[in-house]
Design a protein around this ligand. Structure first.
Ligand code: NAD
Length: 488
């Protein structure tokens, strides 16, 4: 397959008010295909006029949308899910072009995950209710209202999924959204906006505006925006959170991590190795919840490393559009340089590379899946988020030590435990400071389950019933049946 015959690329840079629009005054942003380094499209950054138009149209669509019943809103979202599933291959190919992730992944993890979210929240829409509180005569009712216009700001690793994980609960609750994808991966989200219109959403309900951080900042500070939901790094999260505080906006912050996987001596070694591979090398390691600190108990350590290295050799590195490929390039030259920089630091600080460690000599932004052993807690590679295919193995002796070391980080997104001792599994998980935990599994994030972090990894939750709390607010109404008793 060549790039030329890939499904239609979006028609213009932005999708606002139900249609593609362009503003040639915006700065050009080249879209680079990570597997070759070719420029496959150019989009324009949104000018203030585009942002303004998006916010205006979102506000008027929101008023109409909130007036529909939950069942009606749900039907639109479920229809969009069906359209996405029917176009899974085209959307997956576009996701691969945008991100460089192998088609073997995008066919099962991106558009399909977006469809799951639209279906799930579409189904919930008609079930959203408030509560009635009897007071023995007088009574109170509390209704769940939408927030208004929400801003979504996305990272580049899962453009379709991130947009849908934000849009689905927001729209189900009766909000509208203006979404700014990452400047690195601007294409996929436009297709989602187009599909929502085909499914019957009112024009302006879900808008996409392109741009760098300044466009995100314009959304985060605009008084017309009631809520900001960001998926990105901790430093960006800190900026967006404080910008949102100016108007006391609601926020959801899905940020970075340096998550631990604890592998005990009694673990099923193949499952644990499989978890470490899934938690470090899927999407070339560019996943926020990755378990990049793999703590392995001393008795299993050497055998674990041996099997991990053996199985990592099985990665099929190649053209992401070839379905046989299981490991693709990183998203950009800049990200590749950053990750290779961490590999150099790891070497310099005394960790040992037992697999990979090098850029691959081919066009595009490829590097080998990389495994470090002999990593200690103080090393930079054990402390900072690398966001690439770099796994650190750290040896430990006992449970308390492992828990303390796993928690010794400012992050708290995810954590995993591999053991056959279920009492230990639950005991350890109860002590780990992480929002999303796994026992004898890793990085599975079904839409039914709340997802998010603690500590610096974020606030709020996506997915599950929990997301509804973050896209709606309660209005409490006290109803007096009289007489009104006043002091004078
Ligand atoms: P980033 O923080 O550089 O950018 C994220 C988004 O924020 C982009 O759209 C960017 O343009 C925008 N942005 C930048 N500065 C801004 C500002 N001042 N105001 C408003 N918006 C601004 O992150 P990235 O490099 O695109 O993505 C990688 C990061 O995202 C990693 O740290 C990763 O862990 C995190 N991530 C988290 C999750 C999660 O669910 N927790 C999921 C995926 C990625």
């Amino acid at each position: 397959m060549t790039i030329a015959n890939i499904a239609a690329k979006p028609e213009a840079s932005h999708f606002v008010g139900g249609a593609y629009i362009e503003d040639e005054a915006g700065a050009a942003i080249d879209v680079i295909y990570p597997a070759t380094g070719e420029t496959i499209a150019t989009v324009r950054s949104a000018t203030p006029a585009i942002v303004d138009r998006a916010l205006e149209t979102a506000a008027s669509a929101q008023a109409e949308w909130a007036g529909r019943t939950g069942a009606e809103r749900g039907r639109v979202l479920r229809r969009a899910a069906d359209i996405i599933r029917a176009r899974n291959r085209d959307l997956s190919e576009l996701e691969t072009l945008d991100t460089g992730k192998p088609l073997s992944e995008t066919l099962v993890a991106d558009a399909s995950s977006g469809a799951d979210a639209l279906e799930y929240f579409g189904n919930l829409a008609a079930t959203l209710t408030g509560e009635h509180i009897a007071l023995g005569g007088d009574f109170v009712y509390a209704v769940r209202e939408p927030l208004g216009v929400c801003a979504g700001i996305g990272a580049w690793n899962y453009p379709t999924q991130i947009a849908c994980w934000k849009a689905a609960p927001a729209l189900a609750c009766g909000n509208a959204m203006v979404f700014k994808p990452s400047e690195v991966t601007p294409l996929c989200t436009l297709k989602i906006a187009q599909i929502l219109i085909e499914a019957g959403a009112p024009p302006g309900l879900f808008n996409v505006v392109q741009g760098y951080g300044d466009v995100g900042a314009a959304l985060a500070t605009d008084p017309r925006v009631a809520k900001v939901s960001l998926t990105g790094s901790v430093p960006t999260g800190q900026k967006v959170y404080s910008a949102a505080a100016g108007h006391m906006k609601h926020v959801t912050m899905e940020l970075g991590g340096k998550s631990p996987i604890l592998v005990f001596d009694d673990a099923d070694i193949e499952d644990a190795v499989g978890g470490a591979i899934l938690g470090n090398f899927y999407s070339s390691g560019q996943i926020c919840s990755n378990g990049t600190r793999v703590f392995v108990q001393r008795g299993l350590h050497d055998r674990f490393v041996e099997r991990l290295v053996e199985r990592t050799r099985g990665a099929v590195i190649g053209d992401p559009l070839d379905e046989a490929t299981s490991f693709g390039p990183l998203v950009s030259e800049a990200q590749l340089d950053k990750v290779l920089g961490y590999v150099d630091i790891g070497r310099a600080e005394g960790a040992e590379i037992v697999a990979g460690g090098n850029r691959i000599d081919r066009p595009g932004f490829y590097m080998e899946p990389t495994i470090f052993t002999g990593v200690t807690d103080e090393m930079t590679i054990a402390r900072e988020e690398i966001f690439g295919p770099v796994l650190s193995v750290l040896a430990f002796d006992d449970e308390d030590e492992a828990v303390a070391r796993a928690n010794a980080t400012e992050f708290g997104l995810a954590a995993g435990v591999f053991t056959r001792d279920l009492a230990r599994a639950h005991r350890v998980i109860a002590q780990l400071q992480a929002g999303t935990c796994f026992i004898n599994a890793y990085n599975l994030t079904p839409v039914e389950a709340p997802f998010g972090g603690v500590k610096q990894s974020g606030v709020g939750r996506e997915n599950g019933h929990a997301a509804i709390e973050h896209y709606s607010q309660l209005k409490t109404v006290y109803v007096g049946l009289g007489p009104v008793e006043a002091p004078f």
